[in-house]
Write a new protein. Structure first.
Length: 342
């Protein structure tokens, strides 16, 4: 096993950590903007296997990252379940909402998602042929809670209020939705693995708004179910879990869910995470993405601090969240050079 990312995920402490970035294929790259224009819009790009593979490869060619992440979106699963989905430029995603039993009953069964998602599996097949031999291919999906927050509200929300409200008012309906997304996610990720994904990552971007027992029931339990089913179907498959802003709940999350690696956001310090989370195995993270905008010595210092903090155990270098459209591509190169030379 020579790919650095797979070695770190297997628990190896490496002299230089493998590197990739959340949203590494994205609007901060002029070549991404050009390909998106060629596709027409973001969703057309996601469903065009040749062009989606092309944008996935762009940051690999430019920077030589150790991993490529499939170009797609977590909201394709709701769309495949029958929700309407569109993106409003400058604002973000919009979906038809799920607020009643009638809305839920109109959704398709989990097994029906592949008709819509077939082009995504084709993108994975193209990538597994075309990626350099040293580059690992990461597939992904949203975690059920995060996907549910968008399906219930019909958009991104600052506090996930509508999803918390449905959970309080109609727990049976809320849980039925979580279960449907969980089943669809297992099938979706399983097909990505069959098509050539070597690692999968589960994005729970809004895990931080679940408290107490709700965190266990709707962040931890669904992750555990998805991971155990995937590992039963694909023995040895490495899984990265990202319960963003989980704070103290990062502790023990990998053990409790069976994840091989926990991705850390930048609200936790790398020193704290090394002591409390990396003790259980591989961690990924967690440079503040703002450094990709501001650059300079502060970027170099913060990058070194992350590398130093996690040097004693298995680590995948990444940002604490996605790179933003206003980032400077040269700062990404400076970050990589700093990681590989410290
Ligand atoms: O990381 C990658 O390069 C792989 C592709 C990827 C995208 N979205 C492409 C994308 C991945 C892994 C995602 C995950 C995703 N999508 C998450 C979880 C991670 C996170 O950021 O917390 C979430 C919550 C979404 C939903 C989503 N997609 C939102 C809220 C938005 C709009 C906000 C924004 O950044 O514009 C998107 C759009 C989106 N997904 C873009 C990209 C490159 C920008 C679309 C464009 O080109 O206009």
């Amino acid at each position: 096993m020579t790919k650095l990312l797979l070695r770190a995920l297997a628990g190896e402490t490496l002299p230089v950590p493998p590197i990739w970035m959340m949203r590494q294929a994205g609007r901060y790259l002029p070549e991404y903007r050009a390909t998106r224009a060629e596709a027409g819009d973001f969703l057309s790009l996601c469903y065009n296997p040749e062009l989606a593979a092309e944008v996935t490869l762009q940051p690999i060619r430019r920077y030589g990252f150790d991993a490529a992440i499939l170009f797609a979106d977590i909201l394709l699963v709701p769309q495949a379940l029958g929700a309407d989905l569109w993106f409003v430029t400058g604002e973000g995603p919009r979906l038809s909402t799920i607020t009643s039993a009638a809305d839920f009953d109109a959704l398709k069964p989990a097994g029906a998602i592949h008709e819509t998602l077939a082009p995504i599996y084709e993108t994975v097949r193209i990538l597994s042929r075309e990626l350099p031999a040293e580059t690992a291919l990461i597939g992904f999906a949203g975690a059920p809670w995060t996907v549910a927050t968008y399906m219930i509200a019909g958009r991104g929300t600052p506090d996930q209020g509508p999803a918390h409200a449905l959970k309080a008012e109609n727990r049976a309906l809320f849980e039925a939705l979580i279960d449907r997304i969980t089943e669809a996610t297992i099938d979706y990720l399983s097909k990505q693995v069959e098509a050539g994904a070597e690692v999968v990552k589960i994005f729970d971007s809004w895990a931080g708004s679940l408290e107490g027992e709700d965190f266990d029931r709707y962040a931890l339990e669904p992750a555990k179910r998805i991971i155990s089913e995937l590992k039963a179907r694909h023995p040895g498959l490495p899984v990265i879990a990202f319960p963003r802003e989980a704070g103290e709940r990062y502790i023990g999350f990998a053990k409790a869910t069976g994840a091989d690696c926990v991705a850390l956001d930048n609200s936790v310090s790398p020193e704290w995470a090394a002591e409390h989370v990396q003790v259980d195995g591989c961690v990924q993270g967690n440079l503040d993405p703002k450094h990709m905008v501001t650059g300079g010595q502060a970027l170099v210092d913060a990058t070194r601090r992350v590398v130093e903090a996690f040097r004693g155990g298995p680590h995948i270098f990444n940002l604490g969240h996605g790179i933003t459209p206003d980032a400077d591509p040269e700062n990404v190169q400076l970050m990589i050079d700093t990681v590989r030379r410290v």
